[in-house]
Design a protein around this ligand. Structure first.
Ligand code: 9UX
Length: 88
């Protein structure tokens, strides 16, 4: 399954940033978000869920929320909140 709550696999890392994104209403929106956020330098993985608006991101510590906001907004969605390391 591509969608749904992220399962952290053995040896995997926990998401260190959790974004709340508005405007995702279907699975293709998830793909758009994942593509956009994955292109931000320092992002290692991203998993979006349009049902909850939650986007889990694993990123290097230097990645700030404003870079993620730019990616989300340029893709046509709204960044409504963010928690976790890398906040700036
Ligand atoms: Mo789905 Mo999302 O038809 O911007 S791609 S609503």
């Amino acid at each position: 399954m591509r969608r749904g709550t992220q399962v952290v696999e053995d040896g995997g890392e926990m998401p260190n940033l959790i974004l709340s994104v508005g405007g995702m209403t279907c699975g293709s929106c998830e793909d758009s978000i994942q593509r956009a956020v994955s292109l931000v330098e320092g992002v290692r993985s991203v998993r979006a869920d349009h049902r909850t608006g939650r986007v889990d991101v694993e990123a290097d510590s230097g990645v700030g929320v404003e870079a993620l906001r730019e990616a989300v907004e340029d893709a046509g969605y709204d960044l409504e909140g963010a928690t976790g390391a890398g906040r700036s």
